[in-house]
Design a protein around this ligand. Structure first.
Ligand code: SAM
Length: 239
């Protein structure tokens, strides 16, 4: 049986997608979602087990050497730079020998554009806020380096840009507007760049307006998802 875990799973959306894809094959699968908070766990989890767990803490014994694939997505705003090492060592411990880690992030490289001022404003705000909070804006490079240090094999970091497929354009534009409304606004406030929630909302609304104007004028920004993949050694692990 194939065992797949998703850490920082939120609603479990990634596991649901994977289980739908693999549901059409003959492979038997076990799915487990972990998150530091149960708030977004679905009321009807179906074929997925969920449990509360902080990635920076060792996983319970029953999960050790259990998973063929461990997936992580979008922890950049949650964990501190100093916590990546222990997070990756905890993941290493729950992978089967030969199992794979796949970690996806939006980070510094996501927000690059030659001529889009909205992207540069998001980048400026995130850089300042992450630095103030001890977070790592170069998250995928950090994951890559810590995976190598932990003894993962064939560690690769790749970039998936939304402009590779024109059908992603509208979703990318909407996704960026949501990101400005949520994370951008909250980071403005958290890092003291504005002094009230109302001011953060106003500044975010202004940026969203500018974003849609640029999109209307044909300056729709591509976004990049960074992905790191590595394999646990079959034997002789360094951990
Ligand atoms: C931006 S959401 C991403 C959710 C999901 N991975 C996705 O791609 O839809 C970040 C999630 O990380 C969880 N989280 C934050 N810190 C965590 C930690 N130390 N260990 C485990 N989960 C954590 C939050 O509760 C939240 O559900």
């Amino acid at each position: 049986m194939l065992a797949i875990a998703d850490i920082a799973t939120g609603t479990g959306i990634w596991l649901k997608d994977v289980s739908r894809e693999l549901g059409t094959t003959a492979t038997q699968c076990y799915y487990h979602g972990f998150d530091i908070s149960p708030d977004q766990f679905p009321k009807n989890p179906g074929n997925i087990d969920f449990s509360v767990h902080d990635i920076t803490k060792p996983f319970p014994e029953e999960h050790r050497n259990r998973y063929d694939l461990v997936h992580v997505r979008l922890l950049v705003a949650a964990i501190e730079e100093s916590e990546y090492k222990v997070a990756i060592s905890n993941i290493y411990a729950i992978l089967k020998p030969g199992g794979f880690l796949q970690w996806e992030e939006v980070d510094e490289e996501t927000y690059t554009s030659n001529d889009n001022p909205v992207i540069w404003e998001i980048r400026r705000c995130f850089e300042l806020s992450y630095k103030a909070e001890g977070k790592c804006f170069q998250a995928s490079a950090k994951v890559h380096d810590e995976c190598i240090a932990a003894g993962f094999l064939d560690v690769e970091r790749s970039v998936y840009s939304s402009d590779r497929d024109d059908s992603l354009r509208l979703d990318t534009e909407r996704g960026l507007a949501t990101l400005i409304e949520t994370l951008y606004a909250s980071l403005l406030l958290r890092s003291g760049q504005v002094d009230s929630e109302e001011a953060a909302i106003r500044q975010a609304e202004k940026l969203i307006k500018q974003h849609w104007q640029l999109c209307d004028n044909g300056n729709s920004p591509p976004l990049k998802l960074m992905r790191v993949v590595g394999q646990k050694q079959l034997r002789g692990s360094s951990l």
